[in-house]
Design a protein around this ligand. Structure first.
Ligand code: 6PG
Length: 272
């Protein structure tokens, strides 16, 4: 976890389990996120020659994907040296409107010169358990870790993981009371989400917490309560799975708009 100290930043920064930056609106938040992606890509390609990022699903990151596809940002990334993965996927075909792959493809990956073989889609159309096992093999091959826990050396882990936050505290497809939250060995798990009556495939905290940088994006007033509970409430990852995300040797950052930060304790009230 990154240090607790406040950092000078755009907007207000709160002391938290990670580095939380608050933005006056979704647009500056998305621009800041895009700048972080560009920075991480540059650093990774300088260090290892390749930038490996796990994309988030849901709707919050969609404007980020669209912005990264614009010339202003796309030309700042060496797409030949980018490998893209997903933090989770719905068990649907890749052309299904619910597919996280489809959103990222339509908004970004189909618009930039990324190498097709570097787009590592979670095969949501396959039988869920087999798809999860296949994806774990793909990750282990990518990170040259055929067995055992993920390593945190450069090149052996995600350089950046993008995550969203559900109003119930879930992230990726780590949902409250899900066994995946406490998984200690597997990197990828399939499970049935009764509430949505759909199967999901998710990366587990085992591999997510090996990342060099994890970036949560949260926007909208409907997220204010869960943002406060996750960042300032008691540590209860079974109830709030986003709290299970704490990089072992990496940086945790939250980019939150003012609406989603509305219930956070202001710095002045914390004697900051
Ligand atoms: C998914 C995401 C999920 C998402 C949250 C927030 O597949 O839906 O992985 O974890 O990030 O549900 O979704 P919104 O960004 O749409 O609020």
């Amino acid at each position: 976890m990154s240090d607790e100290a406040n950092r000078p930043s755009v907007g207000r920064t709160f002391r938290s389990a990670g580095d939380v930056q608050v933005f006056d609106g979704a647009a500056p938040l998305i621009r800041a996120a895009a700048d972080i992606v560009v920075r991480c890509a540059l650093e990774a390609t300088r260090t290892t020659g390749i930038f490996r990022v796990a994309l988030a699903g849901g709707s919050t990151p969609n404007p980020l994907y669209g912005l990264l596809a614009t010339d202003a940002y796309a030309r700042r990334i060496d797409w030949a040296r980018v490998e893209v993965f997903w933090g989770d996927e719905r068990c649907v075909p890749p052309d299904d409107p619910a597919s996280n792959y489809r959103s990222a493809h339509d908004l970004l990956l189909g618009r930039v010169p990324i190498v097709k073989a570097h787009v590592h889609r979670i095969p949501g159309e396959r039988e869920p358990a087999a798809a999860a096992a296949a994806y774990e093999r793909e990750l282990r091959k990518t990170f040259a870790t055929p067995a055992g826990p993920p390593r945190t050396e450069p090149g052996a882990r995600f350089d950046l993981v993008l995550l969203g936050l559900g109003a119930d505290g879930h992230t990726a497809s780590l949902f409250p009371s899900s066994a995946a939250v406490r998984e200690s060995e597997r990197w990828v798990i399939a499970h049935h989400l009764a509430a949505a009556s759909m199967w999901r495939i998710t990366l587990t905290p085992v591999v997510l917490n090996a990342a060099a940088e994890v970036l949560f994006l949260a926007a909208g007033r409907e997220k204010a309560s869960v943002v406060r509970r996750v960042l300032e409430g008691p540590h209860q990852p079974d109830v709030l799975p986003a709290q299970a995300i704490a990089p072992r040797a990496g940086r945790l950052r939250w980019l939150v708009d003012a609406d989603a930060a509305a219930e956070l304790t202001p710095p002045s009230a914390r004697g900051a």
